[in-house]
Ligand binder design. Structure first.
Ligand SMILES: [Zn+2]
Length: 68
């Protein structure tokens, strides 16, 4: 059972890493503003998003706006 939970956590960490790496490749670097670009939650100064979901949501919105 613990193995399954470990694997799920590894998987989530990997997804987050991939999302952040994809964001870094796709967009010009965003300045660190101390809050999440997606939901505006307070973050440590070295982070731009709270998690991979916020990162993806932000990307999606940027793409939608670029198409207008
Ligand atoms: Zn967020």
């Amino acid at each position: 059972m613990a193995d399954i939970i470990d694997k799920a956590n590894d998987r989530a960490a990997l997804d987050l890493q991939r999302a952040l790496a994809a964001a870094a490749r796709a967009a010009p670097p965003l300045p660190y503003v101390g809050q999440c670009y997606n939901c505006e939650a307070s973050l440590p100064p070295s982070m731009r998003f709270c998690d991979g979901d916020c990162c993806r949501d932000y990307e999606k919105r940027q793409r939608a706006e670029a198409m207008r």
